[in-house]
Design a protein around this ligand. Structure first.
Ligand code: NAD
Length: 264
């Protein structure tokens, strides 16, 4: 039904069982996709434990998107072990900003921290696609993960708001650049979910409570909600969709005034 049986995916961004990327791995595996994971070395032991839980993981190699060398290194290691294999899906579920990007008023965050946030959280999509393109089949689908602070103010999201805006812009521009060859690039804007990355955001628990009370669905989304939309975007069912940012957020992004003004 999904048309994904026998397809191959690169999945970047598994750090723990809570990672959105791990749920994406599980759903892609259910759909018959073979998985090649790129992991950050600091999470190596956790990823190694997880790989045994999913036989569809065909390989895993270190990946650090902060440099060309270490990004290319993933694809070199992949192609060396799997000559001739190409992927149909690329999942970019990577985000990071130094602590001061969240803690300091945006006016006083230094260039180095801003550049790190942009490099890892936004520009790395271009880097992954630049080195990944020779290993992607025509008609591939790339999906990245973003957050609604890209277009609306969220207190404490700080410099990451600008990084996510840049990431969404990369999504559109790469979709236009690669579209003539049939490649698709989309982003999913996820509602807040408890993960390692989210634990660094000041006031995160309050954001979760606020969304639960005020989103149209009156609940937070789960990793599985995001993974479901990802699998759809990865599949031929979404063949006419590219350059888009799709909100998986219990509808929170369409609201402006909370229902509590009516005393609900
Ligand atoms: P997570 O901590 O599980 O995943 C973040 C991943 O980024 C980790 O696997 C980490 O290894 C990887 N990463 C960071 N720096 C890297 C580097 N230099 N090289 C390679 N990989 C690197 O958290 P998550 O919430 O699953 O985050 C996945 C994506 O979802 C991120 O882009 C995040 O901004 C986005 N997102 C998360 C939420 C949320 O509330 N959790 C909401 C919206 C969007």
């Amino acid at each position: 039904m999904l048309g994904l049986q026998g397809k191959v995916a690169f999945v970047f961004g598994v750090a723990s069982e809570d990672s959105i990327a791990w749920s994406i791995c599980q759903k892609l595996a259910e759909a018959g996709v073979s998985l090649y994971l790129g992991y950050q070395k600091r999470f190596m032991s956790r990823v190694f434990q997880l790989k045994d839980k999913l036989p569809q993981i065909a390989g895993f190699y270190p990946l650090d998107v902060s440099s060309d060398k270490d990004t290319k290194g993933f694809f070199d290691a992949f192609s060396k072990e799997n000559p001739g294999v190409k992927a149909d899906i690329l999942i970019h579920a990577i985000g990071f900003a130094p602590k001061e990007c969240f803690d300091r008023p945006i006016l006083f965050v230094d260039d180095e921290s801003i550049n790190t946030a942009y490099t890892i959280s936004a520009n790395s999509l271009q880097r992954c696609m630049k080195f990944g393109l020779p290993y992607l089949n025509p008609g591939s689908s790339t999906i990245t993960l973003t957050y609604a602070a890209s277009t609306r103010h969220v207190p404490s999201y700080g410099i990451m708001s600008m990084a996510k805006a840049a990431l969404e812009c990369w999504t559109r521009e790469l979709a236009c650049h690669l579209g003539p060859e049939g490649h698709r690039v989309n982003s999913i804007s996820s509602g807040p979910i408890r993960t390692i990355a989210a634990s660094g955001i000041p006031g995160f628990e309050n954001i979760l409570n606020h969304v639960e009370s005020n989103a149209p669905l009156r609940r937070n989304v789960t990793q599985s909600d995001v993974a479901g939309c990802t699998v759809w975007l990865a599949s031929p069912l979404s063949s006419g969709v590219t350059g888009q940012c799709i909100h998986v957020d219990s509808g929170y992004s369409i609201t402006m005034v909370p229902p509590s003004i009516l005393g609900e």
